[in-house]
Design a protein around this ligand. Structure first.
Ligand code: GTP
Ligand code: MG
Length: 344
């Protein structure tokens, strides 16, 4: 492989599932933040984007992920709300994703928004794995913080193991009711054909090394097979949120899923009436591992490549809308780009 690793596009991983099943907690665990500004336990009301670099992934996954085996720069996680009233945000998150994690509470099993999320993933043909979360709540659970699942599974009593197995096989059964062939992840050979189920705890971190390993493997294969990855072209993205920011005026929190944005680019952004044509004033990046939506300390950058979360400050953004397309004009005729945005 002779490609420059820095030119590879970061895969976008959507985290979907029923309300309270632990999506935000799982991302907080991966971020390593003890939910200071986060919202684990509170109902998520927005989409958030968190970039996790490869070296962090490999330090969490330990022996399971050797950074030399991967030429991906990391993963960009998109958190979505599970509350039933946020269907649009779930579909938007699902539509952005290259791959996904469907989070299912092992006690609660399949719930309405689990099924809804599954429909979104089926429709968009997004490869995904299931994180069977909250394994630490199985009565009698003997936790080993941050351990791979095989290790912690071995240290449970027979009774605890069979309780967990029961819940896991129920989830596998639910998936097969939806015409998906699923199994525990260590028995899955082809993750694009079969859904892998990874038992995890966002609380204790157990199974998180396995989850990250499977995601890296899945995205590496998927990105190689499915995409000509070129992140040097004009940027294409989606607005997550339109926000006033002290000192910057109206800004758009954007997921850039293709190409680059530079701080001297002209953009076309979908607006409430007509597309907005504007010049970038500043590109503001939250510090690494912070969630774009909650982080208030930004760093100005000259340019960013897909996939990433980036806050864009520019004039005339008051009419921009969450969910609207963002396109960099660069060397193309402005009218063509305006037409593209209008057509989306
Ligand atoms: P929404 O975003 O509102 O859909 O919820 P969510 O899926 O993001 O769930 P969240 O992470 O907010 O967690 C809901 C509750 O479950 C919180 O009280 C968490 O502390 C708890 N929780 C999440 N994961 C685990 C886990 O693995 N074990 C235990 N014991 N509790 C967990
Ligand atoms: Mg949440």
């Amino acid at each position: 492989d002779t490609r420059d690793p820095t030119s590879l596009r970061t895969p976008i991983v959507a985290v979907l599932g029923h309300v309270d099943h632990g999506k935000t907690s799982l991302l907080d665990k991966i971020r390593g933040s003890a939910v200071i500004e986060g919202e684990a336990g509170a109902i998520t009301q927005h989409i958030g984007a968190t970039a996790v670099p490869l070296d962090i992934i490999s330090s969490i996954a330990g022996d399971l992920v050797d950074p030399d085996d991967f030429d991906l720069p990391g993963l960009l996680f998109i958190d979505t709300p599970g509350h039933h009233s946020f269907t649009t945000l779930r579909s938007r998150g699902g539509a952005l994703a290259d791959i996904a994690i469907l989070v299912v509470d092992v006690n609660d099993g399949f719930q309405p928004q689990t099924l809804e999320a599954l429909e979104i993933l089926k429709r968009s043909q997004t490869p995904f794995i299931v994180a069977a979360n909250k394994i630490d709540t199985v009565p009698g659970w003997n936790a080993t913080e941050d351990a791979p699942i095989t290790e912690t599974y071995e240290s449970q009593s027979d009774r605890v193991r069979s309780r967990l197995d029961e819940s896991l096989y129920e989830i596998i059964g639910n998936l097969s009711d939806e015409d998906l062939s699923a199994d525990l992840y260590w028995r899955v050979q082809n993750f694009q054909r079969n859904v892998g189920v990874v038992p995890v705890s966002a609380m204790t971190g157990e199974g998180v090394p396995d989850l990250l390993t499977v995601m890296m493997g899945l995205s590496q294969r998927y990105m190689k097979e499915e995409m000509e990855i070129d992140v040097t072209g004009p940027g294409v993205g989606t607005v997550l949120e339109v926000k006033e920011e002290k000192g910057f005026g109206t800004t758009i929190d954007t997921v850039l899923y293709d190409g680059t944005i530079r701080d001297d680019d002209t953009l076309v952004v979908g607006g409430q009436n007509d597309p907005i044509v504007t010049d970038v004033r500043a590109l503001l990046q939250p510090r690494p591992l912070a969630e774009i939506r909650t982080e208030s300390r930004f760093e100005k950058v000259e340019s960013v490549s897909a996939a990433t979360g980036i806050k864009v400050a520019a004039p005339d953004l008051a009419d921009a809308m969450a969910g609207a397309p963002v396109r960099v004009v660069r060397d193309r005729p402005l009218e063509d780009v305006v037409d593209e945005v209008e057509a989306e």
